[in-house]
Structure formats: C-alpha cells, structure tokens
Ligand binder design. Structure first.
Ligand code: MLT
Length: 399
C-alpha cells in the first residue's frame, strides 16, 4: 500500500489566496453587476516593459532558426543571465559571481524547493505575520516550525533577542525584507544582528528579497549580502515577478555563496546537484526576456512601473490618513498594512469591505495568528481602480 505524506493532513484546508479567490468568485456570481476593486493578492497589473518584450520576441525568433535554436538549457540558468544577475549585485558593490546566481522559475517555487537541502529534522523559525507559503511548505516537508510572533511595538521587525526570549533556537531562519505583508524593512544594523546570530549558532538564513526593488531609502539594505558575514550564513531568494511584472511569465533567481557550508557540506554544490537532477532549467525565451531587465534600458523602464505602484501605495496611505487609521509599510514596499477599524477582526473587515464597497484586500490573520486585527492592501492594482478603491474606503470609514 502506498503511504501518503501525513503532514498534508496538518495543513489548513486551503491556501490563503485560493480561499480569498473563492470568496470573491462567490460574491461576484451573486452580484454580477458589481465591479470589484482588487487590492488583495500582489499580482501586477502593468504589462511587461518594452525592453523585455523586444528580448522575448528576439528569443522566439532565435528558436525559429537552426543556428540560434536552443534545446535543453543549463539547469542552473543560462550563463548570459547568470552573468547579468552577478553584475546587478557587483554594480551595488556586492561581491557575487555568476556561479553563485541560480536562475529559477520564481521565488515561491524556489522557497518550496530549497528546503530539500535541509535534513528532515531541521527546525525552522518563521517570523509572523509571514508569507503563508513559508509555513505551508515546511508543514508539507514535516519540519519543526517555530512561530515567532511580532507586533507594532517592535515595528514588525523581530530581533534575535525576541527569539531567545521565546526560547527558540532554529536551524533555518526566514527573513523577508521588505516584508510581506507588513512592508517593514530591516536596517543594516538589524540584519547584522541576525547574520551574527546565524553564524554563531550554525543556522542558515533564507532571505526573501522579492521586494528589494521597492526600497527607495538608500540607507536600507536591498540584499543580505550587503552585510558583513552573510556569505557564510545566507541564501537569498529573488523574483522578477513584482520587480518586472513576471508573475505570469515566471522567472526568479537565488544566490547561494560558495562559502556557505555546514557540517562539511557546501550548499552551492548541493544546489547544483539538486537542480541538475530535478529541473531542466527555465525556458530560453523567458531567460532572454529576464536578461533585458538588467540592461540600463530595462532598469529604467521597470522603475517607471514600480513608481506607478508606489504612487498607488501613496493613494491608499492618504485615504487611511484622512480617516485616521494606523498603518505601516507602503514607502519602501508595495504593501500597506493597516489596523482594522473599531476592533474588527481581519476576516470580518474583509467581508465588510467586499459587501459594502467591493474592495478586496487580504486579512492579516491569513499571515499568522498575530496578524489578526490587521489588514493588507496591495499597490499592484491599476491606478484607476486604486484611486476609486481609496475613495470608497475613505467614504465608508468616515461614516
Ligand atoms: C502576495 O500577495 O502575498 C503575493 O503576491 C503572493 C505570491 O507572490 O505568491
């Protein structure tokens, strides 16, 4: 008899964003005449920029020609893209080589796959509120999970001391900065504390940098490798989804320094072994499009789009300011994290917005228990919809 993975039985019935989509679908079926304003899942609304589109077309043409045709791609990524990624870091003074940059089909895929490199008995520390896939992927893998709740008093940025206070000592530590869902961003000093802690304890940090391109304050670190000591304790997972509109195109990258070792095992070499076994790489055409993101033209164009999203965040923040609601994020991050009004629960507030003004957000409780009483708005909607949603929120909450 085949034995199913019993850990699936420990998961919530369905994934957060799937749950929300089902609720919205039901409401829409019952109210077909109502327009919905989607500030829920962080899915981009602007098309890919011109530089990327041109490179994708070129990639298609290459595949039409015997001399430029590509079959299987190198499993760890095309050298032309790995070099561009390394250059992206080097230009910022971060010393990364092309062989340390692995091309992936996106950060969420990678966040699930990467735990393959850790022993079954590994424990993981997840600071909450957190992107729900961290918990779910580790539940599926049967890992021991330590939930570290955080709150407004520490700016949603827990320190190693907070972990010690809870008696937590974990092998793997998830850090997401800029944070999804709170928008909080670690300073260099804040990250340095975690790097020192990980090196001292032999832990490995999984640093989720999916939102690094949204940082506008030059004093804030975009990469954990800007921090001294990170090359011996961290893996960085990045994405072109939000940075360059690749949510439907799928492309990301992961940086694993050659200097990251535990128990005589080298993580860069292990990941090469993993990738060469478990994937046949990302499509040539998509990697061509991805390489264009790192050109000067590509960088200029993606930042034009990012600025549009940042302006959306401002519109949401202004509306909350006008009705006197506490929030954080939105400045160096694409998410605005607010306190639900009048002591409402986060799912209660979700229903209240959906039913009264057809605005969709994400209930804080979906990111962990300590997210209860909070709510997240994404700035990735269209500017027109975001303006209308902000107006509706203002009018509803003024009452
Ligand atoms: C989010 O809304 O938290 C993200 O868009 C989900 C994701 O990246 O998978």
């Amino acid at each position: 008899m085949s034995i199913p993975n019993k850990h699936y039985g420990e998961l919530k019935d369905s994934y957060l964003f799937f749950n929300i989509a089902q609720k919205v679908k039901k409401y829409q079926a019952e109210h077909p005449d109502k327009k919905m304003y989607r500030l829920g899942i962080g899915d981009v609304s602007l098309p890919l920029c011109d530089a990327v589109i041109k490179a994708l077309h070129q990639g298609v043409d290459d595949q039409a020609n015997k001399d430029s045709f590509h079959g299987y791609m190198p499993e760890c990524g095309a050298p032309f893209l790995r070099e561009k990624i390394a250059e992206y870091y080097n230009k910022r003074g971060v010393d990364i080589t092309a062989e340390e940059a692995f091309v992936s089909s996106g950060a969420s895929d990678e966040l699930g796959d990467i735990i393959d490199m850790f022993d079954r008995n590994t424990s993981v520390l997840i600071m909450e509120p957190a992107y729900p896939a961290y918990v779910d992927a580790n539940v599926m893998a049967g890992k021991k999970i330590y939930h570290l709740p955080t709150g407004r008093d520490e700016g949603f940025l827990p320190t190693p001391k907070s972990a010690e206070k809870e008696g937590i000592k974990a092998d793997v530590i998830y850090i997401c900065s800029p944070n999804n869902p709170t928008g909080a961003v670690y300073t260099k000093e804040g990250l340095k504390d975690w790097v020192d802690y990980a090196n001292a304890n032999g832990s490995v940090i999984l640093f989720d940098a999916a939102y690094e391109a949204f940082i506008e304050d030059p004093s804030l670190p975009k990469s954990i490798f800007e921090i001294e000591g990170a090359r011996t304790c961290a893996i960085e997972i990045c994405s072109l989804s939000k940075t360059a509109g690749f949510t439907g195109t799928r492309l990301g990258y992961t940086v694993i320094p050659k200097t990251l070792e535990r128990d005589g095992m080298n993580f860069n070499a292990m990941w090469v072994r993993n990738r060469t076994t478990k994937t046949n790489g990302v499509s040539y055409i998509i990697q061509r499009g991805g390489a264009a993101v790192f050109t000067d033209e590509g960088q200029k164009q993606i930042h034009e789009n990012i600025n549009i999203y940042k302006n959306n965040a401002k519109v949401i923040m202004q509306a909350l300011d006008e009705v006197g609601i506490w929030y954080c994020g939105g400045k160096n991050a694409p998410y605005v994290w607010m306190k639900c009004p009048n002591g409402m629960g986060s799912w209660e507030f979700f229903d209240y917005l959906l039913e009264n003004i057809q605005v969709i957000g994400t209930p804080g409780e979906g990111f962990g228990k300590c997210g209860e009483g909070y709510f997240r708005f994404s700035s990735f909607g269209s500017p027109e919809d975001t303006k209308e949603a902000a107006e509706r929120i203002k009018n509803l909450l003024k009452k």
